[in-house]
Every structure is written in C-alpha cells, then in structure tokens.
Write a protein that binds this ligand. Structure first.
Ligand code: GLC
Length: 744
C-alpha cells in the first residue's frame, strides 16, 4: 500500500475520535463559556426544579409567579409538565430569559408513557433483560415525543420487605439480578446516545438503600453496616453508573443517621469520586428541606448548605437553594466553585440533549401523535405483560383453559376496571382518557369464540364488608364450566407512601373465593397487586393461581393469552412471598447462622419460629409453566480453579412436557468458608431458554473470579480461596443439580 493511501486510511481511522473529542471539547467549552457569562442568581436558577401544575407527586408548595421566575432565569427544570403543547409554552418563556438557557422537563415515566407496561416488579419476574430494555425504549420513544427530556427511572432500590409499598417500582430482592435490570433499563431509556430524538435521560434512584426502611415504613430510617450497604444496596447503582446513566436521584431516608440528601460520603466520595460520575444528582421531592425534620439541620439555610456541600446538584421542589444559596455564598459558607460544579453538570446535559441548538426539538406535535401507543408499542406491551405473569399453582392442569369451553364465569372487582391495570406510577397523558387500556373483561372477550358464553359478576368491592354481591356471583359460577376470578389490591395500595402492616387481600374478596369454590366448579384466581401479598386460604384451596400484578395497558389481552395457552407462562418471582408478615424480612440469600434450622419440624435450639415456617410461601426464582422441565448432565470443566481462571459449567435442560415453554435456569453459588459469613446461596447467573416439547438444550455458564468476590470487613471486593458449592435451580429452593469446586 503506498504511503499516501496509508496516511489516508490512518486519518479515516482517527476521524471519529477527533470528531468525538471536538464535540466533547465543544460541549465542555460551551459549558465553560456560558458559565462565565452567568450571574450568581442565574447559576442558582439552574439548580432549582419546580413542579408544574399538571399533577403532584409530593406535598405541593403553591407558587405565585412561576412564569416570571422562569423568565428571569431562576428555574432550571420543571417536573410533571408533559405534552408538546405545555412544554413548548414554558420553554418559550425560558427563551425570553437573558441567556436563553432551556428548561429540562422531567417526569416519572416508570413503566411506560402512554403505552403502559407492567409495573417494574412484575416485569422483573420475566427475567428477560432484552424485554425490559425494549419496554424502557418504547417509554423513551413516547415520552421524548411528548416533550420529556428526562425520566426519574429506573428505581434500582433492592427491597426485601413487602410491607414497603415501593417494592412495586423495583426489581425485587436480589442484587445480581437487580444490577443487570438496572443496566438494561438505563440502556433502554437512553438509547444509542443522549441527543438522539428518541432518547431521554435516565435517573438511578433512590440513592441509597431506600428499600431498607425499618419496618417497611416509607421514608423511615435505614440502619445497616457499610459492608451490607456495599454488598447489597450500592451494586445496582454502580451498574447504572457503569451503564452511563445521566442522573441520580437521592433519597428521603437517612442512612445510619445521615440523610441521603446530605450524605457527602455517598454522593461526593463514592458516586462522583470513586465511581467518577459526571452527570448530576437531583434531590427527591423536598428532601433538602426535610433534613430539618430529620433533625440534622436547624433551618433551610443549613439544609441548603448541607445538601450543596454533600453533592446534591439540583433542588427538587424544596426552594432552599433558591432561598438560601446566594446568602451562603455571600457569607463565605459555600464556595462559588461548588455552585459552578453543580451548574456545569446540569448545563452539560442540556447541551448533550441538543437543547441549546433547538430548545423545542422534543416538542413536536406530529411526532407525538405518531409515537403514542402505536401498534408496534401495543404489541410489545402485550408480549412483555404476558412474560410477567407468574403461575403459582395449577393443580389438575386446569390451565390453560380450552378454547372450546362453553361457559365462563368471570368474577371479581378487578374484571372490568381499566385504569387499575396501570398500577401506581402511571402517566396521566394530557388529553388521553383510559379507553385505550384493554380491561381483563375485554381481553377475554377478544379471545373467546363467539359461541362461548361469558358471564360477569363483580361479587364484591376491593374493600369493605359488603357481601350483597356474593349471591349473584355464586349463581354465575353455577352456570359455568370454569370460573375465573380477578381480585387483589387497588392500584394505589402499593406505591409511594403506601406501606402496609397487613399485606392481605383487602375486604371480603377471599371470602368471595371461598363461596365460589363451594360451588365445586374449577376455579382460577388471578391476583392483581403491586407487592407480594399473603393469601393463605387461596394458596391452600384454589387449584390454579396466577399472579398478574399490574400489567399495564395491554393487561386484558396478555392475561387472555396466558389463560388460554397462547402464551405459556414463564415468569419467576424476584421477591420472596412470605407465609405471614411475621417472617419479614425474608429472602433467599440469608446467612446460615450458628444454629441453622433446616426444616419446620425441629425447634430444638435452632433459628426457627415456634409458630411459623422458616420458609416463604413462594420463594425467589419460583414460577410454574404449562409444561415441565428436567435438568441433567451437570459438568464443570475443572474442580480446582486457580486465580485468573474460570470454571465452565454446562448442563442440559429438557422440556419433558407436551407444550413448548421457556425455563429460567438459575445458577447459585455458596462460598462455604469466608473471612465473614457468606449467604447459603447467591444467584450468580441465569439463562432463559425456549424449548419445544421434548427438546433438550445445553446451557453453559462461566464462573469468573468476579462472581466469587464479595466485600470483606475492609470493604475490599475480593474473592477468597476455598470451596464453593454450585447449585443449579429451577428456583432458589428447587435445586435440581449440585456440584462444587475449589478456588485455589
Ligand atoms: C417522589 C418520589 C420519586 C419521584 C419524585 C418526582 O416523591 O420519591 O421517586 O421521582 O417524587 O415525582
């Protein structure tokens, strides 16, 4: 190749790097250039986020002149402002400010914008990372077409206490799975890169350990060792950061007495220091001011000082930055450099989103019309919803229901509602009513043959003691060949500020089930909820149980797909279901203790209850299928693993039933002896495999040293030599194959 051609090729090779560097250099330079022109007030304005009047997701402070403050450059962002029309209106006012710095519009697009997906906890039970990424992608495409730049998602709080209503927003109890899901959702929301028209900034929240609130009471204190914080609660945040999440949101809770919002070690040392996070941190609704209630500051002045010093860049709704930062600078308490760092982080994202080039690029009504709930999104929502339904019981194979069934009675308070299916964090899209949602009743009507008779009876309300509807429901059941019941919580019984001490099925619904069972008809019960519930009578006596969570706008069609076998349920629980509230917290990756209890029959000086089982009702990783799977031929390519090596694990899974299905094969490890106690098992890999009836596939896993590492007493994440058990499970309790190896 002649020299000229060589240099030409070389330039081509380096061109993308130069252009990326020049772009980044441009963004950094543009930020610095703009910063140099800003007054202190304008800088503080960028740190100020207000709630718009569309809805409220926290205690509201009414504002007299929001428009005037935006025009004066005193507001950097609005939340709960959505739709191209409304966002354009506020952005036009922002363009009247001296420096024309565009507003950021943030919204809780937690599981879909208009097209609504299953609540995140339900979706996590699909164990389908691609599906969860796609669901986030669809949400981003719709939200970004509707003026939204930034979603306050994914919520990545590990949660092991179903009394806490916000379990519905996360990915359950496991750190490993939660970290993978955090990454998938961040990638889904942010797409290829920020600045693309269909990308929104994601937000890893709530930093940190919000899911460990004592007693499962929302906003309550969190008390744990640094080791536990690192081992269990920080990993999903680290995964989100490594996935390039644009923003973090801190949390309402304190950690060992330090409010997360004012937690310098968390936000500056770990997040911005060790992890090198270059995005920005937004406080959670009013959490800066709430430090006064925590009792770690005496007033708003001290709250602003504590938060800005700790690395909270943007103040959501508390107004303490607006009211006190200028004075704090004048009093020499806050160096301008801290303000400049926070402002730069926020401006950088506005540049990356392209808002300075075109502040209205996300507010395009034509794009909005085309994007929202289009047929492709509807199809995806239906598929993801069906993948999120957990089959808990199917005695006598009542399910799937034959399509030649003559009469079905569909009974319960959640058969016909529309909006209930959207769960707690749905988005009230302007100008959109609920008729686009497919109710469970509609879903069945869409599915059954014209000659099949469908009888409806509500039976009872979700709450209350009124049983006057029982008789009609029993009558309906008597006429049917099969009875389907849809019962559960109201959608706002799980979610923020929805902690419950009694996680039971509300009202007289379980009594209704009892009456219907007494007719002797085959009964399928579907439970709709945002959290694990306790339902002893149903779990004992009903032959077929589906956990349908809240499945979103395609709930009805997805449920019908599963009920009639067009989709074989494949979901598995990502959170333990307790037998009773008294067992909480109950999770699979527990320590062995010095006096382990291995069953419920022996209470002789061991770690068991006299009056309750030590096992969950339904364990982490549990879920049934319309087919069965057998596991065989577990092989490890070595029994001694030297440092730097890995162990190749292989096994075979066979679909031993009569219909195709998907199985989530789980790899658990146990570090048998460590410098600190290690859990009896930990999920370290999984594979979701599709198998035709009778088909066998080989599954392989690679165990690397990284998978053996844990945080020791010095908070070093390291693997330690010694013996490891290898367990292959269909769930965390249903271990099908065992082996082991030694790390040297
Ligand atoms: C709420 C929630 C947070 C949400 C924010 C904005 O209080 O804690 O998750 O993103 O306020 O709605």
């Amino acid at each position: 190749m002649n020299l000229k051609r060589f240099f030409f090729q070389l330039t081509l090779l380096f061109l993308p790097i130069f252009s990326a560097f020049s772009q980044q250099f441009t963004v950094d330079q543009r930020v610095a250039d703009l910063l140099s022109k800003m007054t202190l007030d304008e800088k503080i304005g960028q740190l100020n986020q207000y709630n718009d009047d569309h809805t409220a997701t926290g205690p509201v402070t009414l504002d007299s002149d929001k428009g005037g403050q935006i025009r004066n450059g005193q507001v950097g962002s609005l939340l709960n402002c959505l739709g191209t029309e409304r966002t354009r209106k506020w952005q036009e006012i922002a363009m009247q400010s001296r420096l024309k710095i565009p507003l950021l519009f943030g919204q809780d697009v937690i599981h879909g914008y208009k097209t609504t997906f299953p609540i995140p906890l339900a979706e996590s039970c699909s164990w389908d990372l691609e599906a969860m990424k796609l669901a986030a992608r669809v949400a981003a495409v719709e939200a970004s077409a509707s003026g939204i730049h930034w979603t306050f998602a994914p919520m990545v709080d590990v949660a092991r206490d179903p009394r806490w209503g916000r379990v519905m927003e996360g990915s359950g109890e496991d750190t490993y799975l939660g970290s993978l899901i955090a990454k998938a959702r961040v990638q889904g929301f942010q797409g290829n890169k920020l600045g693309d028209l269909d990308a929104v900034m994601a937000c890893a929240k709530h930093f940190a350990a919000y899911g460990a609130a004592i007693g499962g009471r929302d906003y309550n204190a969190v008390d744990m060792s640094d080791r536990m914080l690192w081992e269990v609660y920080l990993e999903p945040f680290k995964a989100a950061e490594e996935a390039g999440v644009a923003t973090f949101m801190n949390a309402f809770n304190d950690i060992n007495g330090i409010p997360a919002t004012g937690h310098k070690h968390l936000q500056r040392d770990i997040l911005k220091g060790q992890w090198g996070f270059t995005g920005f941190v937004v406080s959670d609704w009013g959490s800066i001011g709430e430090m006064i209630n925590h009792g770690t500051v005496k007033d708003g002045y001290e709250a602003a000082l504590s938060a800005i010093t700790a690395g909270s860049d943007m103040d959501m709704e508390s107004r303490n930055y607006k009211n006190h930062l200028a004075q704090l600078v004048k009093d020499g308490k806050v160096p301008v450099a801290l303000i400049d760092d926070a402002v730069s982080r926020i401006l950088r994202k506005k540049f990356e989103l392209g808002l300075f080039d075109d502040p209205f690029r996300f507010s395009d009504p034509e794009r909005e019309k085309k994007a929202l709930n289009n047929p492709d999104h509807v199809r995806i929502a239906r598929e993801v919803a069906a993948k999120s339904i957990v089959l808990l019981k199917n005695e006598g194979n009542i399910l799937p229901i034959s399509k030649s069934v003559k009469t079905i009675a569909f009974i319960g308070p959640l058969v016909k509602p529309l909006k209930q299916n959207k769960g707690f964090w749905d988005v009230e899209v302007p100008g959109v009513d609920s008729t686009f949602i497919v109710s469970q009743w509609e879903g069945l009507k869409n599915k059954i043959r014209p000659e099949t008779k469908l009888i409806y009876a509500k039976g009872c309300a979700i709450e209350g003691t009124d049983k006057s509807g029982f008789a009609e429901a029993v009558e309906a059941a008597k006429q049917a060949d099969v009875v389907i019941m849809s019962i559960g919580e109201r959608r706002d019984m799980s979610g923020e500020a929805k902690s419950k001490a009694h996680i039971v099925i509300p009202g007289v619904q379980e009594e209704l089930v009892k009456e219907i069972l007494a007719t002797g008809k085959p009964v399928v019960v579907m439970i709709n909820a945002g959290r694990p519930l306790v339902f002893p009578f149903i779990s004992k006596n009903v032959p077929a149980i589906l956990y349908t969570w809240w499945l979103g706008s395609e709930a009805g069609n997805a449920i019908a797909d599963v009920l009639f076998g067009d989709v074989n349920p494949s979901a598995k629980l990502t959170m333990s279901f307790p037998v009773s509230v008294g067992q909480i917290p109950i999770y699979y990756s527990h320590f062995n203790t010095g006096r382990p209890a291995y069953d419920d029959n022996n209470h002789n000086y061991n770690s068991s209850y006299l009056d309750e089982s030590i096992f969950p009702k339904y364990e982490f990783g549990f879920g049934l299928s319309y087919t069965t799977f057998t596991y065989s031929n577990l092989k490890l390519d070595k029994k001694v693993m030297k440092t730097g090596e890995s162990v190749q694990v292989s096994l075979q899974v066979t679909n031993s039933g009569k219909v195709a299905g998907e199985e989530i094969v789980q790899l658990y490890l146990r570090d048998k002896v460590g410098s600190i106690a290690r859990p009896v098992k930990e999920l370290k890999d999984f594979a979701k495999v599709k198998l035709a009836a009778g088909e066998t596939k080989t599954i392989t896993f690679t165990i690397t040293e990284e998978k053996l590492a844990f945080y020791n007493s010095n908070l070093e994440k390291k693997a330690e030599s010694g013996e490891f058990d290898v367990m292959i499970g269909a769930s965390s309790r249903d271990i099908r194959l065992n082996d082991g190896f030694v790390l040297q």
